[in-house]
Design a protein around this ligand. Structure first.
Ligand SMILES: *Cc1c(COP(=O)(O)O)cnc(C)c1O
Length: 384
């Protein structure tokens, strides 16, 4: 059977795997060796060495992730931030200008606003849902446009169709951080994005036990980014590649369950008298519900909400919870709950945070794979 035509669930298990299997091994063995015997390689980047991101573990999992996104090629990195920064530094050169969505992940926001200037790269923020305003921010040196499939923690959904179209019209490289949707809910490369980025720390691995990233794009683009990665050194260790590979195999099961569970929890919170506001793209009241329904196979496991009674109510609610773990990060099998103002967005000035709608009492929830009824019962008692 032609492997390209297989469904996502089948690709997750079989795409990219070595043929024939290595010594018949059903699960991909770990090549825990820093270097390999010289095999007449002619280019530095082809020398087989962990930092050069070309161990059998790297190659197999990169091929799998590329297949899941519907892209030509992929690369794995030491973290989501290694994927993002290495890619931005490959695509952008001194004198270039970047258009970036105005509600980026905290680490990316900091890199764009604090580090790009040192490389002589300028940027402007755009409202992801107002494509008509983007052309006015274009400059002759604008090189790329950068968005996130679902933003953190307000779970906004940018106009991704308009992003791809705008990039093509203006000869820009379109980049998307697809961490929050995962390829289960949205396949960005297949949709038309030039470069897809992931923090595999989240849904792709799904077990809260490692940090990793991935980049998917054309073969030529991935080769360029890999060369930069080889120099910057953000490689993932083969043992972590193995763990990520193992985690990825259940991503469809986990994410589909999380889609269902999160929707029920969002509906429960939304109808609770002590809850002031729920941000979840699966709710019809969410400003980007229509666009999310059109673009995504599911609305994901992430939401944020505010209680009536502000920070005092939020703190008391968090203290009374018995199931959700109070920890940053997301996308794991455990339900995780945080105040973004104290974790992911603590690096941003309070006034800047408030400008983008992140109040000190906003609670962010990453729904795990526990029984939905147990989670709802726990939220109910904590709200009393
Ligand atoms: C966590 C996260 C990152 C950063 O990934 P790390 O693996 O922590 O480096 C980037 N983008 C988004 C949307 C994230 O959630």
């Amino acid at each position: 059977m032609k492997k390209d035509s297989l469904r996502l669930e089948t690709k997750i298990i079989h795409a990219g795997e070595p043929e024939p299997r290595i010594n018949g091994a059903v699960s991909m063995p770990i090549f825990q060796t820093a270097m390999f015997e010289y095999a007449e390689e002619t280019s530095y980047h082809d020398v087989r060495y962990i930092r050069l991101n070309n161990t059998p573990n790297h190659i197999v999992l990169s091929q799998k992730l590329a297949a899941l996104e519907g892209g030509e090629a992929g690369q794995i990195t030491a973290s989501g931030m290694a994927a993002i920064t290495t890619t931005l530094l490959t695509v952008l050169k001194t004198g270039d200008h970047l258009l970036a969505q105005n509600c980026l992940y905290g680490g990316t926001h900091d890199f764009v606003t604090k580090d790009l200037e040192g490389f002589g790269i300028s940027y402007d923020f755009i409202d992801g849902n107002d494509p008509d305003s983007w052309a006015s921010k274009l400059k002759p040196n604008t090189k790329a446009i950068y968005v996130e499939s679902i933003s953190n923690p307000l779970v906004q959904v940018a106009d991704l169709k308009a992003t791809v179209k705008f990039a093509r019209e203006h000869n820009l490289i379109s980049m998307i951080d697809n961490t929050f949707t995962s390829p289960v809910n949205f396949r960005a490369a297949e949709f038309g994005f030039d470069i897809t980025l992931h923090s595999c720390t989240k849904y792709l691995n799904g077990h809260s036990d490692l940090v990793a990233g991935a980049i998917i794009g054309t073969g030529a683009m991935i080769e360029k980014i890999t060369h930069k990665l080889n120099h910057l050194g953000g490689c993932l260790d083969p043992h972590a590649v193995f763990l990520l590979h193992r985690g990825v195999k259940t991503v469809a099961l986990r994410v589909r369950y999380q889609n269902e569970s999160a929707l029920k929890i969002a509906q429960f919170l939304n109808s609770h008298p002590k809850v002031a506001k729920v941000n979840y793209p699966g709710l019809e009241t969410h400003p980007h519900h229509k666009i999310a329904r059109e673009l995504f196979a599911g609305f994901g496991g992430m939401m944020s909400f505010e209680l009536k009674g502000g920070i005092a109510a939020a703190s008391s609610f968090m203290k009374k919870l018995t199931i959700a773990v109070k920890a940053p990060s997301l996308g794991g099998v455990e339900t995780l709950i945080t105040l973004p103002s104290k974790t992911s967005h603590a690096g941003i000035l309070k006034e800047d945070r408030e400008k983008i709608g992140i109040s000190d009492s906003l609670i962010r929830l990453s729904v795990g794979i526990e029984a939905t009824e147990d989670l709802i019962a726990d939220f109910e008692q904590a709200l009393e």
